[in-house]
Design a binder for this molecule. Structure first.
Ligand SMILES: [Zn+2]
Length: 60
C-alpha cells in the first residue's frame, strides 16, 4: 500500500509498473535529482542524500 502525494493525478499512470520519476532540483545542495512524485512547488524537494537529513515532519 502506498500513499500518494497530493492526490493530483497527472496523465493517468497507473499505480503499478515502474515508477514515474520526475526531475527536480534539490532544495539543499542544488543538485539535480529525481523524485518519485511530481514536485508541485509547495514543498522543497531533496535528493536522496539530503532527504535523509531533512525528514519531513508531517505525515503523508
Ligand atoms: Zn541534496
Amino acid at each position: 500500500m502506498e500513499r500518494r502525494f497530493g492526490g493530483g493525478r497527472s496523465g493517468g499512470y497507473g499505480d503499478r509498473g515502474p515508477r514515474e520519476m520526475h526531475k527536480a532540483t534539490c532544495a539543499d545542495c542544488g543538485k539535480e535529482c529525481e523524485v518519485p512524485f511530481e514536485p508541485d512547488g509547495s514543498r522543497p524537494v531533496y535528493c536522496k542524500d539530503c532527504y535523509s537529513k531533512h525528514r519531513p515532519e508531517r505525515r503523508y
